[in-house]
Design a protein around this ligand. Structure first.
Ligand code: NAD
Length: 496
């Protein structure tokens, strides 16, 4: 057997070993005999080197005309498209989600890359009349400097690209610390950026643990923007650390997303939506459907149909095209999921399918859990309130739309929600009154498109959005410019 590939950090355009001299092994969560690669266990010195390189590169990159930056980014998009299959195969090996979904993850990175390449010829500001004669007013976006990205494992390439592409087109430089579990996709992404012409030091990658690298990634005074996607617990700490020095801080955090099923819904479609929303990515999406609430008149019919479909899901190694659900990301996450299943049982929710580890044969090589559904979940239960991040769905019941909306809002999070109904009045009422950053009608809680803002309210976010043109606001500062060509002193508010 050939020995696994060693992946290095990318600092100033060079692939380098960590100064720690240490590495770690990354294994496939569907088959722990499969070593995806050996990665650098980096330390604070490596982060400092990467930040220094990014600071130096910023001096030139910020002055490259945005359309020229866009041309490089366009080439990166073309190369990601060309290499999509290989990138996706590797992503399934490191993350476990099924190949159809990792192709989607890579495609999201492609979409974001092309979108932001186009921004190179837009980056629109405004021109607006002056209140004085012979004076011109306009706004321009200016970059900030070095951006620090701390990313999670569930979207190994999409999320790093969502942060990188708007940052780069605005003229910033970057240091990325990928999730410990999924460094390969970020290393692949960075390699392509470099090979397609991104200058040395503009995008740097340092792999390793968040606990070790978190502080140096945030507290260095050269870092002007911190963009983090991950748990609310870590996000809160990052927000506090950034506040001291007024760094731009963009946080995308947890979710406890709900699907509302009205009595007039197309039930077959609602079942399709819940199945995909709850068990896609093994429930490990920030937008995963972890609560479904049904009108009392259809709850039984809906539940029976959903359970039948969940039982039929094929769970296994995501490289097999026939598999529909992969493993949990690691042993600890599987224990968390199994722990929540026990909590649900103790709290009196009714376990109606799943609830166990999958064992025997190839299952023993990975971290598999059955697709699990609880019925009779009520608002006082922890499985109603807390993010589980696994293939566990709770079903509750309501009497009328007002109650459904109250239940939907009964969560500290505010990422995504959906309603299945044929009644346009109910759809629009829920769209107005459910307080989330994303809302779907007759579609599951997952399925964002890259040209719309992405993010959430309450404890999901801190008011910023990723994706779409609004993402540019995180990575630029407005400068209002006044050009007076009157040849005399004109005092606004006084001389007009
Ligand atoms: P996590 O918070 O454990 O880790 C996220 C990143 O933070 C990783 O790179 C990790 O290494 C790093 N990290 C860990 N400790 C740190 C510290 N002390 N300082 C700085 N960085 C540290 O989250 P996770 O388990 O990787 O991802 C799952 C979570 O992410 C879930 O809560 C999920 O809802 C959320 N998520 C949110 C979105 C969104 O857009 N809202 C998208 C995907 C995932």
């Amino acid at each position: 057997m050939s020995s696994p590939k060693v992946f290095k950090n990318l600092i100033n355009g060079e692939w380098v070993d960590s100064k720690s001299g240490q590495t770690y092994e990354n294994r496939n969560p569907a088959d722990t005999n499969d070593v995806v690669g050996i990665f650098q266990k980096s330390n604070a010195d490596d982060v400092k080197d990467a930040i220094d390189a990014a600071s130096e590169a910023y001096k030139k990159w910020r002055l490259v005309p945005a359309p020229k930056r866009g041309e490089i980014i366009y080439r990166i998009g073309a190369r990601l498209t060309q290499d999509k299959e290989a990138l996706s195969q590797m992503m399934t090996r490191e993350m476990g989600k099924i190949i159809a979904e990792t192709r989607g993850d890579t495609q999201e990175a492609i979409d974001m890359t092309f979108y932001m390449a186009g921004e190179g010829r837009r980056l629109f500001g405004m021109t607006t009349p002056s209140e004085m004669p012979n004076k011109f007013n306009m706004t321009i976006r200016q970059p900030l400097g070095v951006c620090s990205f701390i990313t999670p494992w569930n979207f190994p390439m999409a999320i790093p690209s969502w942060k990188s592409m708007p940052a780069l087109i605005c003229g910033n430089t970057i240091v990325i610390k990928p999730a410990t579990e999924t460094p390969a996709s970020v290393v692949n992404f960075a390699r392509i950026c470099q090979e397609e012409g991104l200058p040395p030091g503009v995008l740097n990658v340092v792999t390793g643990s968040g606990a070790t690298l978190g502080d140096p990634m945030i507290n260095n005074s050269a870092i002007k923007v911190v963009s983090f996607t991950g748990s609310t617990e870590i996000g809160r700490k990052i927000s506090e650390a950034c506040a001291t020095n007024f760094k731009h801080c963009c946080l995308e955090m947890g979710g406890k997303n709900i699907q509302i099923v009205m009595d007039d819904a197309n039930l077959e479609l609602a079942v399709d939506g819940a199945l995909w929303g709850a068990f896609g990515t093994t429930g490990q999406r920030c937008t995963a459907t972890s609560r479904v609430i049904c009108h009392k008149d259809i709850v039984k019919k809906f539940t029976n149909a959903l359970v039948e479909r969940a039982k039929a899901l094929k769970v296994g190694n995501g490289l097999d095209e026939t598999v529909q659900m992969g493993p949990c990301i690691n042993a600890a996450q599987r224990e968390t999921v199994l722990g929540y299943i026990e909590i649900g049982k103790k709290e009196g929710a009714k376990l109606i399918t799943g609830g166990e580890k999958l064992t025997g044969g190839d299952y023993d090589k990975g971290y598999f859990v059955q697709p699990t559904i609880f019925a009779e979940v009520t608002q006082d239960m922890r499985i109603w309130k807390e993010e589980i991040f696994g293939p566990v769905l709770g079903i509750g019941v309501f009497d009328n739309l007002d109650q459904a909306i109250e239940m939907a809002n009964d969560t500290p999070y505010g990422l995504s929600a959906s309603i299945f109904t044929q009644d346009v009045n109910k759809a629009y009422t829920a769209m107005r009154d459910v307080y989330t950053g994303i809302f779907y009608v007759n579609a599951p809680t997952i399925g964002a498109e890259t040209h719309l803002p992405f993010g959430g309210t309450k404890e999901t976010g801190n008011g910023h959005r990723e994706a779409s043109a609004v993402a540019l606001d995180v990575f630029s500062e407005w400068k209002s410019c006044y050009v007076d060509f009157s040849g005399s002193l004109q005092r606004p508010q006084i001389d007009n």
